[in-house]
Design a binder for this molecule. Structure first.
Ligand code: ATP
Ligand code: MG
Length: 328
């Protein structure tokens, strides 16, 4: 697929003047011309329907392969094989469930109560990305104190990795994030720095994804606005995931469900009784949702709550000074 974009002037029968006229009306790309009705175009340009049809067909011819790529099953498999990398979680059991680690080009949402291990799992994915993929990390901290370099250094040592303090991480600290809007700007800021430093980033973490939304959109009447803004964030992150072959890791807190029917529904889905903050929008956009729960002083549980290609299974793991590990 070519990266070059074509302009209106590249279409047969469209010179600079005609192109300007079209742009004025909002038809500023060959893609837009390609889906126009010839009558509409004829009307705007005051040309015959036949001439308009020729322009639309030419636009279609020129953009279709590029704008709408289509693949065979074989090509899709081949592409995935070449592109998708798997990031180990630290727990062999969890890796096995993920068929060898959490794949890039996807959004992993980690949900759970406080101290359920969301941040620790995100740390481990960062460390393993640096260690095994040799790719860098972006960390968006939306609540102060969740990005703890000392803990990352401790986990890195356990896998024989020395963190390069200049080049391994791009961090946007929580001190600059106080609304969902500044959170969105934080993504853009981090991506700009990534491009400027020419960094190959494999994991992009937003910890927590939901906290600012929860604080900003209070009250039920604001739910549609919240959903819209969340979709904008997730659309942007989803695009990053495929454009740069990244794993996006989002953490989400949970809340009590007031009605028993809802509680039961959640229990059926994950065995855990609390619902993720961020609700449906976050669920729809996530490729994988993993629900975490602390079981005892030593053990935690992970449940695959939603995945397009994995069964809903659960496993136990430990959080040790070395990081996420299996239960012996
Ligand atoms: P929150 O919603 O408050 O952000 P969280 O789900 O992100 O919570 P984590 O910070 O990932 O929770 O998990 C915290 C738990 O991880 C601690 O309660 C502790 O049991 C464990 N933990 C953290 N650091 C270490 C360490 N160095 N050694 C062993 N266990 C640790
Ligand atoms: Mg946390």
């Amino acid at each position: 697929m070519s990266e070059e974009s074509i302009s209106l002037e590249d279409l047969k029968g469209i010179g600079p003047k005609t192109a300007d006229k079209l742009r004025e009306k909002g038809y500023d790309s060959p893609e837009k011309i390609a889906v126009m009705r010839p009558e509409e175009l004829a009307d705007i340009l005051k040309i015959t329907k036949k001439a308009a049809k020729d322009i639309v067909n030419d636009a279609k011819e020129k953009v279709l392969d590029k704008a709408v790529p289509a693949f065979t099953f074989k090509e899709i498999i081949q592409k995935r094989k070449e592109k998708i990398q798997r990031i180990p979680t630290g727990s062999k059991e969890l890796d096995r469930i993920f068929r060898g680690g959490v794949p890039t080009e996807s959004i992993l949402t980690i949900k759970g109560e406080y101290a359920s291990g969301k941040t620790q799992l995100a740390y481990q994915l960062c460390i393993n990305c640096l260690k095994y993929l040799k790719r860098k990390v972006i960390w968006i901290e939306t609540e102060s104190g969740t990005f703890v370099p000392e803990r990352l250094i401790e986990m890195a040592k356990a896998v024989g990795l020395e963190i390069d303090p200049e080049n391994d991480f791009i961090v946007v600290p929580a001190s600059t994030i106080n609304t969902p809007y500044s959170q969105f700007l934080a993504y853009e800021r981090a991506v700009r720095m990534m491009k400027k430093k020419n960094m190959d980033v494999g994991v992009f973490v937003v910890d927590s994804f939901s906290a600012q939304f929860r604080a900003f959109y209070t009250g039920r009447e604001m739910l549609p606005d919240r959903a819209k803004e969340q979709a904008r964030h997730l659309g942007y992150l989803d695009n990053l995931a495929s454009k740069y072959n990244m794993l996006i890791v989002l953490t989400a807190q949970v809340m009590d469900i007031p009605d028993q029917g809802g509680q039961l529904g959640e229990r059926v889905k994950t065995g855990h009784t609390k619902r993720m903050v961020g609700g449906n929008v976050l669920s729809h956009w996530s490729t994988y949702i993993v629900s975490l729960q602390k079981l005892s002083t030593t053990d935690w549980e992970a449940v695959i709550a939603d995945a397009p290609d994995l069964p809903m299974v659960r496993c136990r793991f430990r959080i040790t000074p070395s990081g996420i590990r299996d239960v012996k």
